[in-house]
Structures are given as C-alpha cells and as structure tokens.
Design a protein around this ligand. Structure first.
Ligand SMILES: NC(=O)c1ccc[n+]([C@@H]2O[C@H](COP(=O)([O-])OP(=O)(O)OC[C@H]3O[C@@H](n4cnc5c(N)ncnc54)[C@H](OP(=O)(O)O)[C@@H]3O)[C@@H](O)[C@H]2O)c1
Length: 256
C-alpha cells in the first residue's frame, strides 16, 4: 500500500509520525514538496518517506491519497488533479463537503472525510470518519479511536468540538502560569498541571459509558475546593461561554 499526502503541514506531520510508529503495513509515504522544510524533516526522520516533485506525482503513485491543505488551496488545486477510480481519497479539509469533494475529484473514487487531531502522532485521540467504511476504520483504529459518522450534517458537530483544543491548552497554560507567578519553577508547574489533566482525562475515558456529570459530582466534597471551583466558574459564565463558543464555531461551519 502506498500512501500519498497533498499538503505537508501540521496535520500531515502528526499523521505521518503516527503511521510510522504504528502497525499499519505500507510500502511508502509520498509527501508533497510544500511545506518544503516539514517534508524534508519527515523524510530525514522516517526512511519510508519520500518527497514527490508535485501533487500529480503523488496521485499517480499512491493507492490512498490524503488531502491536507487548507480549504482555499483545496478549492483551487483538487479539480486540476487527475485521480483514478478505485483510489481511496481521505480528505482532512474541515470545510469541504463530500458533494464538493466529489465534484472536484470527478472520477468514481472512494472518498471519505476524516478529522484527525495532532495527538494522532502519539496514536491517540478520536478520528471522526464519514461515511463509515471498514477499511478506513481499520486504518484509523491503528492510529487512534475511529468514530464513524453516517450523516454529514452531524459530523459538523464533531468538527466544532475540535475547535476546543487551543482553549484547553490555554487553560493548562493559565494554570501553570498561575503557579509560576507564585514562585513554582516552570518545569515543576507544567509537570504538575499536565499530569493532573492526563490523569483526569484517563479517568474520564474509563468512565465514558456513564454520563460525565457523575464525575463532576464525584469529584466534589461538600463545601470542598472543587465545589467552590465549579460553582464560581458556573456563576462567572465559564461553561455558558463554552457552549456559546461551540455554537458560533458550528454556525461558521454551517455557512460553508
Ligand atoms: N491542524 C489540525 O489540527 C487539523 C486537524 C484536522 C483537520 N485539519 C485540516 O487539515 C487541513 C490542513 O491543516 P494544517 O493545520 O495541516 O494546515 P497547514 O499547517 O497550514 O498545512 C497546509 C499545507 O498545505 C501546503 N500547501 C499550500 N499550497 C499547496 C499546494 N498548492 N499543493 C500542496 N500543498 C500546498 C502548505 O505549504 P506552504 O507552507 O509551503 O504554503 C502547508 O504545508 C486544513 O484543511 C484543516 O482544516 C487540520
């Protein structure tokens, strides 16, 4: 199996790193020459990675093609590429719909949308895939947790929540900085905060078959620190603002 990536930016770097340390069996990974520095770095790091001369060379020599360019670039370049029917094309482009992709690709290829997130480099995290497909699910299950979606409209709700990664890191950064301001060394502060949140997340995953509100309840003792924390943040509108932000991200996705 030969894999090709059109667009070598942040998400391609993460996916390629994940694939190269996974159990996925593949012959070669072809990268587009843009971004040149990232492509060169990946080639140096992984021996099965090669850099193509141009995007068409990737399409010609790959069985699976991943589209990892921004929507503006995608709209410009995909229609000019000659795909073959039978190829598997997986688009990471968050705002190009399946009908738009089909129109641009023209041939009867198998086209999917997937939204991997940067922790895929560690083979962790959810990968929403639309439409459901066994081969694509098997592939991404080796890189994380595939979440199959059967309705493209529903998928936008998932894409919206992926806009909460930077806000999550901002929270970790705010808490670490708070400790630093109080005299804790930065490395200690960051180690404390990141391992606290990894432990909480792991616990949440283990308990994800139950309603998460149980965790909210169980982590509070009456009149304890966590009760104060959640109460004050609720009063300040922190969670309402979270929901409001999700709504406005979704609204933006619905416009395209
Ligand atoms: N980052 C994420 O977490 C994430 C997650 C899921 C989905 N996505 C989606 O994946 C897509 C890529 O995101 P990204 O964060 O990886 O963006 P990015 O870092 O900006 O990467 C886009 C890449 O496309 C390259 N490019 C520009 N014009 C090109 C062309 N004509 N042919 C081939 N490559 C070209 C750019 O190269 P130059 O630097 O040379 O311009 C750049 O390396 C977006 O549609 C995004 O919505 C991103």
């Amino acid at each position: 199996m030969k894999l090709g990536f059109i667009g070598t930016g942040k998400i391609t770097s993460s996916v390629v790193a994940g694939i190269c340390s996974s159990k996925i069996s593949f012959k070669k990974i072809m990268l587009s020459p843009r971004n040149r520095n990232i492509a060169k770095k990946l080639k140096r790091k992984f021996k099965k990675v090669a850099i193509a001369k141009n995007n068409q060379e990737i399409v010609n020599s790959s069985n699976w093609i991943f589209l990892a360019v921004t929507p503006t670039v995608g709209n410009k370049i995909i229609k000019n590429l000659k795909f073959k029917s039978g190829q598997i094309i997986v688009s990471f482009i968050s705002t190009m719909t399946l009908p738009q992709l089909k129109k641009a690709i023209k041939v009867k290829a198998k086209i999917f949308r997937a939204i991997p997130l940067p922790p895929i480099s560690l083979r962790k995290g959810p990968v929403p895939v639309f439409p459901p497909n066994k081969k694509v699910k098997n592939f991404f299950d080796k890189l994380g947790t595939t979440v199959e979606i059967s309705n493209e409209k529903l998928s936008k709700n998932f894409w919206s929540t992926s806009g909460m990664m930077a806000p999550f890191y901002e929270l970790l950064s705010t808490m670490s900085n708070w400790l630093v301001k109080r005299g804790v060394k930065r490395d200690k502060a960051q180690k404390y905060i990141t391992s606290l949140f990894v432990a909480l997340s792991e616990d949440a995953v283990v308990n994800s078959n139950k309603d998460l509100k149980h965790l909210v309840k169980e982590s509070q003792t009456p009149r304890g620190l966590n009760e104060q924390g959640v109460k004050e943040l609720r009063k300040a509108g922190f969670y309402r603002a979270t929901e409001k932000t999700l709504n406005s991200i979704l609204k933006r996705l619905n416009k395209v």
